[in-house]
Design a protein around this ligand. Structure first.
Ligand code: HEC
Ligand code: HEC
Length: 394
């Protein structure tokens, strides 16, 4: 650039790069870039921050049979799965879940605490029963694969009032837009929101259960060890006294997960903002709702916040091609709208990782998602690529 006046240079630069101009974020989107990754929410009080730090250590602790691991387990630490690029983000582990559908009733055998099948056993259990993995229970009518999602920012999803989620439910599609989200209500009457089938209402419960289901670590809020098809565990294979985790360490882990900051959407340029608008226009936001609002919360950092979640936390019928297991009220073809927050970390998409690109993930949308998919596919190549660029920044 040969600018005659130095003052002209910045003006010309702004003009030449208008499409890359940063939009004012109004404090909503945070700074572009990844410097908040793995960090706690801004504005935590000292004692909350202390709990976060302690929880980050428990989250990364590698358990051993001596400290309670197993006898059935999937991995040795939370951070072994939720790891990339920081603790709490995605992982390459793919699990097997199994449940039993009898007529319209989805069952989970009494002795099981969740749908997760454990794909590893301790040496002691192997020596005693001669097995290397937990066999899928004989009563299971279906199995499904589950990739390890990012949980960054999920404390904010936990803090969204049930009324806000229920306000978007439209089970009978009264507004006639072809989208009829419904909540997965838990047996005790709460709105399920965590897990691919929105099977669990709170992060507290999901995390307490994850200790047992993923690592075989009993704790005061999930105190029953997993067994093989309901049979009592052979004597001596699980010598660690229950609970294998203290209430204080459980509370700290829960605080760590609750207080992990969401990834800030990257590079909100004019072009990206236009693609975001297009995403809304073609009906993607009928399920992937751009922002959810948290309610009043005793933790100020979680109180009255706006979270760029891109989900409604409701179940949608996605058609027969994606269907796998039932879970509580969710039928095999129903899935919670996957939050697109953190999409940038993923390399395999959809609940089982079957899609190797974002375009493919969209292509697999059937059922209630088919109309938006068709509108996406009717766009020009350039418009489609621009929407994918926007999604890659989430
Ligand atoms: C073996 C790998 C593995 C380990 C270990 C593991 N997770 Fe997960 N995690 C997963 C998978 C797979 C899912 C998806 C489950 C589903 O879709 O139902 C998940 C889901 C979650 C979710 C809910 C995310 C959502 O989309 O709603 C939370 C919260 C979570 N894990 C926390 C933890 C905590 C805390 C620990 C340690 C106690 C842990 N996880 C250990 C694999 C793992
Ligand atoms: C009817 C509700 C609905 C609509 C409309 C919808 N989606 Fe989805 N979307 C979902 C559900 C549910 C999933 C999770 C499906 C699964 O895991 O099998 C999902 C998953 C995705 C994923 C993969 C996320 C991941 O982490 O693997 C992407 C990307 C996506 N949607 C983009 C879009 C785009 C772009 C549009 C508009 C063309 C759209 N969706 C419209 C419900 C919807």
């Amino acid at each position: 650039m040969s600018g005659r006046s130095l003052f002209l240079v910045p003006v010309l630069m702004v003009f030449a790069t208008a499409c890359e101009r940063q939009l004012p974020t109004g404090g909503l989107l945070g700074k572009a870039g990844g410097n908040s990754l793995g960090r706690p929410l801004a504005g935590l009080k000292t004692d909350e921050r202390r709990l976060f730090d302690r929880g980050s250590i428990v989250f990364a602790t590698e358990f051993t049979p001596e400290t309670g691991l197993g006898p059935l387990f999937n991995s040795t630490s939370c951070a072994e799965c939720h790891e990339d690029p920081v603790a709490g983000a995605v992982g390459d582990e793919v699990e097997i879940h199994a449940t039993e559908l009898q007529g319209a009733v989805c069952k989970r055998p009494e002795h099981r605490r969740g749908p997760v099948i454990q794909q590893t056993v301790t040496a002691a259990l192997h020596d005693s029963l001669g097995i290397d993995v937990e066999p899928v229970p004989s009563a299971a009518t279906g199995t499904g694969l589950r990739t390890t999602p990012s949980i960054l920012g999920f404390g904010l999803l936990d803090a969204v009032p049930e009324a806000e989620i229920l306000a978007r439910a439209d089970s009978d599609d009264r507004d006639g837009d072809g989208i009829s989200g419904r909540p997965n209500m838990t047996p005790d009457g709460h709105v399920g929101r965590f897990g691919r089938k929105a099977q669990t209402a709170t992060l507290r419960e999901f995390n307490a259960t994850a200790f047992v289901m993923e690592m075989g670590i009993t704790n005061p809020e999930s105190d029953v060890e997993q067994t093989v098809d309901g049979q009592p565990l052979p004597l001596g294979v699980d010598p660690t006294p229950d609970p294998e985790l203290s209430q204080a360490d459980l509370d700290a882990t829960i605080a760590f997960v609750r207080f992990l900051a969401p990834p800030a959407p990257q590079g909100m340029t004019v072009a990206i903002a236009a693609s975001r608008q297009r995403f809304i226009q073609i009906g993607c936001a009928g399920c992937h709702v751009p922002y959810l609002k948290t309610g009043p919360n005793p933790v100020k950092a979680l109180s009255d916040q706006t979270v760029p979640a891109f989900t409604d936390l409701l179940l949608h019928d996605m058609g027969p091609a994606l269907a796998d297991i039932c879970l509580q009220q969710a039928l095999p073809s129903e899935f919670r709208t996957e939050p697109l927050m953190g999409l940038r970390f993923k390399t395999a998409f959809l609940h089982d990782g079957r899609a190797t690109s974002i375009e493919q993930a969209i292509d697999f949308h059937g059922g209630e998602g088919a109309a938006a998919r068709d509108r996406f596919e009717a766009l020009s190549l350039g418009e489609r690529a621009a929407i994918v660029r926007f999604l890659r920044g989430l």
